[in-house]
Write a protein that binds this ligand. Structure first.
Ligand code: FEO
Length: 395
Protein backbone atom coordinates (compact mmCIF):
# COMPACT_ATOMS: atom_id res chain seq x y z
CA UNK A 1 0.00 0.00 0.00
CA UNK A 2 1.06 3.60 -0.52
CA UNK A 3 2.55 5.53 2.38
CA UNK A 4 0.03 8.02 3.75
CA UNK A 5 1.99 10.97 5.06
CA UNK A 6 0.43 13.56 7.36
CA UNK A 7 3.60 15.54 8.12
CA UNK A 8 7.34 14.93 7.98
CA UNK A 9 7.78 11.51 9.68
CA UNK A 10 4.09 11.29 10.67
CA UNK A 11 1.99 8.63 8.93
CA UNK A 12 -1.52 7.18 8.83
CA UNK A 13 -1.40 3.40 9.36
CA UNK A 14 -5.11 2.73 9.92
CA UNK A 15 -7.65 0.65 8.05
CA UNK A 16 -11.31 0.28 7.07
CA UNK A 17 -13.80 -2.26 8.40
CA UNK A 18 -16.48 -3.07 5.83
CA UNK A 19 -17.36 -6.47 7.35
CA UNK A 20 -18.70 -5.58 10.77
CA UNK A 21 -22.49 -5.17 10.86
CA UNK A 22 -22.88 -3.60 14.28
CA UNK A 23 -20.42 -1.27 16.03
CA UNK A 24 -20.18 -2.28 19.69
CA UNK A 25 -22.62 -5.03 18.59
CA UNK A 26 -25.33 -2.38 18.79
CA UNK A 27 -25.06 0.34 16.16
CA UNK A 28 -25.55 -0.51 12.44
CA UNK A 29 -22.67 0.21 10.08
CA UNK A 30 -24.19 0.51 6.59
CA UNK A 31 -21.19 2.56 5.48
CA UNK A 32 -18.59 0.72 7.59
CA UNK A 33 -16.09 2.35 9.92
CA UNK A 34 -12.38 3.14 9.91
CA UNK A 35 -9.92 2.47 12.71
CA UNK A 36 -7.22 5.11 12.51
CA UNK A 37 -3.75 4.46 13.87
CA UNK A 38 -0.74 6.75 13.47
CA UNK A 39 3.02 6.32 13.45
CA UNK A 40 5.60 8.99 14.23
CA UNK A 41 8.90 7.71 12.82
CA UNK A 42 11.26 10.39 14.16
CA UNK A 43 14.63 9.94 15.93
CA UNK A 44 12.49 8.02 18.43
CA UNK A 45 9.38 6.22 17.20
CA UNK A 46 5.83 6.14 18.51
CA UNK A 47 2.67 4.34 17.48
CA UNK A 48 -0.45 6.29 18.47
CA UNK A 49 -3.39 3.93 19.14
CA UNK A 50 -3.77 0.57 17.40
CA UNK A 51 -6.66 -1.13 15.61
CA UNK A 52 -9.43 -3.62 16.24
CA UNK A 53 -7.82 -7.06 16.28
CA UNK A 54 -7.63 -8.67 12.87
CA UNK A 55 -8.93 -5.68 10.95
CA UNK A 56 -5.72 -5.16 8.92
CA UNK A 57 -3.66 -8.18 7.94
CA UNK A 58 -0.66 -6.10 6.82
CA UNK A 59 -0.66 -3.72 9.79
CA UNK A 60 2.84 -4.67 10.94
CA UNK A 61 4.18 -4.81 7.38
CA UNK A 62 3.07 -1.18 7.01
CA UNK A 63 4.62 -0.17 10.33
CA UNK A 64 7.86 -2.07 9.74
CA UNK A 65 8.31 -0.52 6.29
CA UNK A 66 8.10 2.93 7.89
CA UNK A 67 10.33 1.99 10.83
CA UNK A 68 12.89 0.79 8.29
CA UNK A 69 14.76 -1.43 10.72
CA UNK A 70 14.40 0.77 13.80
CA UNK A 71 12.64 -0.42 16.95
CA UNK A 72 9.26 0.89 18.06
CA UNK A 73 10.05 2.93 21.17
CA UNK A 74 6.59 3.97 22.35
CA UNK A 75 2.99 2.86 22.09
CA UNK A 76 0.74 5.77 23.07
CA UNK A 77 -2.75 4.84 24.21
CA UNK A 78 -5.24 7.67 23.98
CA UNK A 79 -8.15 5.34 24.69
CA UNK A 80 -8.36 1.71 25.74
CA UNK A 81 -11.61 0.58 24.16
CA UNK A 82 -10.71 -2.59 22.24
CA UNK A 83 -11.55 -1.14 18.80
CA UNK A 84 -8.26 0.76 19.31
CA UNK A 85 -6.36 -1.35 21.78
CA UNK A 86 -6.94 -5.00 20.94
CA UNK A 87 -3.68 -5.16 18.96
CA UNK A 88 -1.65 -4.25 22.07
CA UNK A 89 -0.73 -7.90 22.71
CA UNK A 90 0.57 -8.23 19.15
CA UNK A 91 2.54 -4.99 19.51
CA UNK A 92 4.13 -6.30 22.73
CA UNK A 93 5.05 -9.57 21.01
CA UNK A 94 6.68 -7.88 18.04
CA UNK A 95 8.36 -4.99 19.86
CA UNK A 96 9.07 -6.44 23.34
CA UNK A 97 11.01 -3.37 24.52
CA UNK A 98 8.25 -0.89 23.67
CA UNK A 99 7.17 1.53 26.40
CA UNK A 100 3.40 1.87 26.78
CA UNK A 101 2.36 5.48 27.42
CA UNK A 102 -1.01 6.47 28.88
CA UNK A 103 -2.87 8.35 31.57
CA UNK A 104 -3.11 7.17 35.18
CA UNK A 105 -6.58 5.76 34.51
CA UNK A 106 -5.20 4.04 31.43
CA UNK A 107 -2.58 2.28 33.55
CA UNK A 108 -5.25 0.86 35.81
CA UNK A 109 -7.46 -0.35 32.95
CA UNK A 110 -4.54 -1.56 30.83
CA UNK A 111 -3.57 -4.37 33.17
CA UNK A 112 -7.17 -5.52 33.45
CA UNK A 113 -7.23 -6.10 29.69
CA UNK A 114 -3.65 -6.88 28.67
CA UNK A 115 -0.47 -8.37 29.99
CA UNK A 116 2.03 -5.50 29.98
CA UNK A 117 5.08 -5.57 32.34
CA UNK A 118 4.76 -2.81 34.92
CA UNK A 119 8.25 -1.47 34.18
CA UNK A 120 7.24 -0.81 30.57
CA UNK A 121 4.26 1.36 31.44
CA UNK A 122 4.85 5.12 31.42
CA UNK A 123 2.24 7.27 33.15
CA UNK A 124 1.91 10.76 31.73
CA UNK A 125 -0.18 13.70 32.82
CA UNK A 126 -1.33 17.01 31.41
CA UNK A 127 1.44 19.00 29.72
CA UNK A 128 4.13 16.31 30.05
CA UNK A 129 6.38 16.26 26.98
CA UNK A 130 7.54 13.16 25.14
CA UNK A 131 10.48 14.25 23.01
CA UNK A 132 10.80 12.12 19.87
CA UNK A 133 13.43 14.33 18.21
CA UNK A 134 11.85 16.83 15.86
CA UNK A 135 8.36 16.00 17.07
CA UNK A 136 7.63 16.83 20.68
CA UNK A 137 4.39 15.35 21.97
CA UNK A 138 2.32 16.77 24.81
CA UNK A 139 -0.85 15.39 26.35
CA UNK A 140 -4.25 16.74 27.33
CA UNK A 141 -6.43 14.61 29.60
CA UNK A 142 -10.06 14.65 28.49
CA UNK A 143 -11.62 12.07 30.85
CA UNK A 144 -14.98 10.53 30.03
CA UNK A 145 -15.04 11.36 26.35
CA UNK A 146 -16.29 8.64 26.56
CA UNK A 147 -14.15 6.43 28.82
CA UNK A 148 -12.35 7.65 31.96
CA UNK A 149 -8.79 7.26 30.64
CA UNK A 150 -9.26 9.29 27.46
CA UNK A 151 -6.62 11.79 26.41
CA UNK A 152 -5.47 13.76 23.39
CA UNK A 153 -1.89 13.49 22.17
CA UNK A 154 -0.70 16.79 20.70
CA UNK A 155 2.28 17.12 18.39
CA UNK A 156 3.57 20.56 19.37
CA UNK A 157 5.89 20.65 16.35
CA UNK A 158 3.38 19.86 13.60
CA UNK A 159 0.30 21.21 15.48
CA UNK A 160 -1.47 17.88 15.09
CA UNK A 161 -4.05 16.75 17.67
CA UNK A 162 -4.55 12.99 17.86
CA UNK A 163 -7.98 12.99 19.46
CA UNK A 164 -9.07 9.34 19.37
CA UNK A 165 -12.90 9.04 19.47
CA UNK A 166 -13.41 12.79 19.81
CA UNK A 167 -14.20 14.34 16.39
CA UNK A 168 -14.67 10.84 14.96
CA UNK A 169 -17.27 9.48 12.59
CA UNK A 170 -18.81 6.30 11.26
CA UNK A 171 -18.09 5.59 7.58
CA UNK A 172 -15.05 4.13 5.87
CA UNK A 173 -12.32 6.21 4.22
CA UNK A 174 -12.86 5.35 0.58
CA UNK A 175 -9.60 6.47 -0.96
CA UNK A 176 -9.83 9.91 0.57
CA UNK A 177 -8.14 10.02 3.97
CA UNK A 178 -8.04 13.82 4.34
CA UNK A 179 -10.96 16.27 4.43
CA UNK A 180 -9.70 18.11 1.33
CA UNK A 181 -9.68 14.93 -0.75
CA UNK A 182 -13.47 14.52 -0.71
CA UNK A 183 -16.71 16.37 -0.13
CA UNK A 184 -16.41 16.20 3.66
CA UNK A 185 -20.06 17.23 4.11
CA UNK A 186 -21.10 13.75 2.98
CA UNK A 187 -19.76 12.51 6.34
CA UNK A 188 -21.87 14.90 8.38
CA UNK A 189 -24.83 12.54 8.94
CA UNK A 190 -22.52 9.70 9.95
CA UNK A 191 -20.57 12.05 12.23
CA UNK A 192 -23.74 13.14 13.99
CA UNK A 193 -24.94 9.54 14.24
CA UNK A 194 -21.58 8.61 15.78
CA UNK A 195 -21.78 11.55 18.18
CA UNK A 196 -25.36 10.92 19.28
CA UNK A 197 -24.89 7.15 19.60
CA UNK A 198 -21.46 6.99 21.22
CA UNK A 199 -20.49 10.33 22.74
CA UNK A 200 -23.76 12.26 23.27
CA UNK A 201 -24.26 11.06 26.86
CA UNK A 202 -20.90 12.66 27.71
CA UNK A 203 -21.65 16.08 26.22
CA UNK A 204 -20.73 17.91 29.44
CA UNK A 205 -17.32 16.21 29.32
CA UNK A 206 -16.96 17.20 25.67
CA UNK A 207 -17.61 20.81 26.73
CA UNK A 208 -14.85 20.46 29.35
CA UNK A 209 -12.53 19.03 26.69
CA UNK A 210 -13.20 22.08 24.50
CA UNK A 211 -12.32 24.32 27.45
CA UNK A 212 -9.03 22.49 28.00
CA UNK A 213 -8.13 22.61 24.31
CA UNK A 214 -9.12 26.23 23.74
CA UNK A 215 -5.55 27.58 23.85
CA UNK A 216 -4.06 24.73 21.82
CA UNK A 217 -3.22 25.73 18.26
CA UNK A 218 -4.71 22.90 16.21
CA UNK A 219 -3.62 22.68 12.59
CA UNK A 220 -4.73 19.10 11.94
CA UNK A 221 -7.16 16.81 13.75
CA UNK A 222 -6.40 13.09 13.55
CA UNK A 223 -9.30 11.18 15.13
CA UNK A 224 -9.46 7.42 15.52
CA UNK A 225 -12.48 7.04 13.23
CA UNK A 226 -13.20 8.97 10.06
CA UNK A 227 -11.52 11.72 8.07
CA UNK A 228 -8.31 13.51 9.03
CA UNK A 229 -9.07 17.24 9.14
CA UNK A 230 -6.03 19.10 7.85
CA UNK A 231 -7.60 21.81 5.67
CA UNK A 232 -10.67 22.74 7.66
CA UNK A 233 -10.43 21.42 11.24
CA UNK A 234 -12.75 24.26 12.24
CA UNK A 235 -15.60 22.45 10.50
CA UNK A 236 -15.51 19.39 12.74
CA UNK A 237 -14.77 21.53 15.81
CA UNK A 238 -17.80 23.66 15.14
CA UNK A 239 -20.10 20.66 14.57
CA UNK A 240 -18.99 19.00 17.80
CA UNK A 241 -19.31 22.31 19.63
CA UNK A 242 -22.90 22.60 18.41
CA UNK A 243 -23.82 19.04 19.38
CA UNK A 244 -22.19 19.05 22.82
CA UNK A 245 -24.14 22.22 23.65
CA UNK A 246 -27.39 20.60 22.47
CA UNK A 247 -27.95 23.18 19.73
CA UNK A 248 -30.37 21.98 17.08
CA UNK A 249 -31.95 23.08 13.81
CA UNK A 250 -35.53 24.05 12.99
CA UNK A 251 -37.47 20.92 12.27
CA UNK A 252 -39.53 18.17 13.87
CA UNK A 253 -38.95 14.44 14.28
CA UNK A 254 -42.14 12.41 14.70
CA UNK A 255 -41.60 8.84 15.85
CA UNK A 256 -44.46 6.39 16.20
CA UNK A 257 -45.05 2.76 17.16
CA UNK A 258 -48.16 1.35 15.54
CA UNK A 259 -49.49 -2.22 15.30
CA UNK A 260 -52.58 -1.78 13.13
CA UNK A 261 -52.16 1.68 11.64
CA UNK A 262 -54.10 3.92 14.04
CA UNK A 263 -51.06 5.52 15.71
CA UNK A 264 -49.47 5.87 12.26
CA UNK A 265 -52.53 7.81 11.07
CA UNK A 266 -52.14 10.12 14.04
CA UNK A 267 -48.48 10.71 13.13
CA UNK A 268 -49.41 11.59 9.55
CA UNK A 269 -52.17 13.87 10.77
CA UNK A 270 -49.82 15.77 13.07
CA UNK A 271 -47.24 16.08 10.29
CA UNK A 272 -49.83 17.48 7.87
CA UNK A 273 -50.96 20.13 10.35
CA UNK A 274 -47.34 21.09 11.06
CA UNK A 275 -46.72 21.51 7.33
CA UNK A 276 -49.87 23.64 6.95
CA UNK A 277 -48.64 25.75 9.85
CA UNK A 278 -45.30 26.42 8.17
CA UNK A 279 -42.92 23.84 9.64
CA UNK A 280 -40.57 22.96 6.80
CA UNK A 281 -38.40 20.11 8.09
CA UNK A 282 -40.53 17.17 9.20
CA UNK A 283 -39.23 13.60 9.53
CA UNK A 284 -41.53 10.68 10.36
CA UNK A 285 -40.12 7.34 11.56
CA UNK A 286 -41.80 4.01 12.22
CA UNK A 287 -39.79 2.93 15.26
CA UNK A 288 -40.35 -0.73 14.39
CA UNK A 289 -38.67 -0.26 11.01
CA UNK A 290 -35.82 2.20 11.50
CA UNK A 291 -33.08 1.33 14.00
CA UNK A 292 -32.90 3.74 16.98
CA UNK A 293 -29.34 4.63 15.94
CA UNK A 294 -30.64 6.65 12.97
CA UNK A 295 -33.67 8.08 14.78
CA UNK A 296 -31.47 9.26 17.65
CA UNK A 297 -29.24 11.09 15.20
CA UNK A 298 -32.21 12.93 13.66
CA UNK A 299 -33.49 13.78 17.15
CA UNK A 300 -30.10 15.38 17.92
CA UNK A 301 -30.37 17.33 14.68
CA UNK A 302 -33.84 18.87 15.09
CA UNK A 303 -35.46 20.99 17.76
CA UNK A 304 -38.94 19.36 17.80
CA UNK A 305 -39.68 15.85 19.04
CA UNK A 306 -43.09 14.18 18.93
CA UNK A 307 -43.47 10.60 20.15
CA UNK A 308 -46.54 8.42 19.68
CA UNK A 309 -47.31 4.86 20.69
CA UNK A 310 -50.04 2.31 20.86
CA UNK A 311 -50.50 0.42 24.10
CA UNK A 312 -48.91 -3.00 24.41
CA UNK A 313 -49.35 -5.28 27.43
CA UNK A 314 -50.11 -2.31 29.65
CA UNK A 315 -47.00 -0.43 28.48
CA UNK A 316 -45.79 1.50 25.46
CA UNK A 317 -44.91 -0.62 22.41
CA UNK A 318 -41.62 -2.49 23.08
CA UNK A 319 -39.88 -0.88 20.07
CA UNK A 320 -40.80 2.57 21.42
CA UNK A 321 -39.47 1.35 24.76
CA UNK A 322 -36.14 0.56 23.10
CA UNK A 323 -35.94 4.04 21.59
CA UNK A 324 -36.83 5.59 24.96
CA UNK A 325 -34.07 3.56 26.58
CA UNK A 326 -31.54 4.95 24.06
CA UNK A 327 -32.96 8.46 24.56
CA UNK A 328 -32.47 8.07 28.31
CA UNK A 329 -28.80 7.19 27.75
CA UNK A 330 -28.05 9.77 25.06
CA UNK A 331 -30.06 12.47 26.88
CA UNK A 332 -30.54 15.17 24.23
CA UNK A 333 -31.66 18.47 25.70
CA UNK A 334 -33.44 21.69 24.68
CA UNK A 335 -36.26 19.92 22.86
CA UNK A 336 -39.84 21.00 22.24
CA UNK A 337 -41.77 17.82 23.01
CA UNK A 338 -45.28 16.47 22.47
CA UNK A 339 -46.83 13.02 22.89
CA UNK A 340 -49.73 11.09 21.42
CA UNK A 341 -51.08 7.58 21.48
CA UNK A 342 -53.91 5.26 20.58
CA UNK A 343 -55.80 3.45 23.28
CA UNK A 344 -58.25 0.57 23.59
CA UNK A 345 -58.85 0.12 27.32
CA UNK A 346 -57.11 2.61 29.56
CA UNK A 347 -54.46 4.34 27.40
CA UNK A 348 -51.49 2.60 28.99
CA UNK A 349 -49.17 3.46 26.06
CA UNK A 350 -49.72 7.20 26.36
CA UNK A 351 -49.46 6.98 30.14
CA UNK A 352 -46.11 5.19 29.84
CA UNK A 353 -44.84 7.83 27.39
CA UNK A 354 -45.95 10.58 29.77
CA UNK A 355 -44.12 8.91 32.66
CA UNK A 356 -41.00 8.60 30.50
CA UNK A 357 -41.10 12.28 29.51
CA UNK A 358 -41.49 13.32 33.14
CA UNK A 359 -38.64 11.09 34.24
CA UNK A 360 -36.35 12.55 31.55
CA UNK A 361 -37.28 16.13 32.39
CA UNK A 362 -38.81 16.75 28.95
CA UNK A 363 -41.26 19.63 29.13
CA UNK A 364 -44.20 18.61 26.95
CA UNK A 365 -46.28 21.38 25.40
CA UNK A 366 -49.57 19.68 26.33
CA UNK A 367 -50.94 16.49 27.82
CA UNK A 368 -50.53 13.35 25.74
CA UNK A 369 -53.32 13.24 23.14
CA UNK A 370 -54.95 9.82 22.85
CA UNK A 371 -57.52 8.50 20.38
CA UNK A 372 -59.57 5.52 21.48
CA UNK A 373 -60.14 2.74 18.95
CA UNK A 374 -60.05 3.55 15.26
CA UNK A 375 -58.33 6.81 14.31
CA UNK A 376 -61.01 8.32 12.05
CA UNK A 377 -62.72 11.54 11.10
CA UNK A 378 -64.34 13.25 14.06
CA UNK A 379 -61.64 12.16 16.51
CA UNK A 380 -58.74 14.43 15.47
CA UNK A 381 -59.76 17.80 16.97
CA UNK A 382 -57.54 17.53 20.05
CA UNK A 383 -54.62 16.27 17.96
CA UNK A 384 -55.03 19.21 15.56
CA UNK A 385 -55.02 21.64 18.45
CA UNK A 386 -51.84 20.07 19.84
CA UNK A 387 -50.12 20.18 16.41
CA UNK A 388 -51.03 23.86 15.92
CA UNK A 389 -49.70 24.71 19.37
CA UNK A 390 -46.53 22.76 18.58
CA UNK A 391 -46.02 24.69 15.33
CA UNK A 392 -46.46 27.97 17.20
CA UNK A 393 -43.83 26.90 19.77
CA UNK A 394 -41.44 26.10 16.92
CA UNK A 395 -41.62 29.72 15.78
FE1 FEO B 1 -13.60 4.01 19.08
FE2 FEO B 1 -14.49 4.38 22.33
O1 FEO B 1 -13.71 3.51 20.87
Amino acid sequence: MKQIKIDENVFYVGTNDRKKSLFENNWPLPFGVSYNSYLVADKHTALIDTLEYGSKSDYFDTINALLDGRPLDYLIINHLEPDHSSMIGEVMNRYPQVKVVGSRQCQRLLTSYYSVPEEQVVEIKDEDILDLGTHKLSFVMIPWVHWPETMVTYDTTAKIAFTCDAFGSFGTLDGAIFDDETDSSKYEDEMRRYYSNIVGKYSVNVQKAFEKLKDVEIGTICPSHGLIWRSNPQKVLSLYNKWCNWQSEDGVVIVYASMYGNTEKMADYVARVLAEEGVRQIRIFDVSKTHPSFILSEIWKYKGLILGTCAYNGEMHPQMGLLCSELHISAPKNKIVALFGSSTWNGAGGKALTAFAQQEGFETIAECVQISGKAEDGKFAQLEEMAKLFASKMK
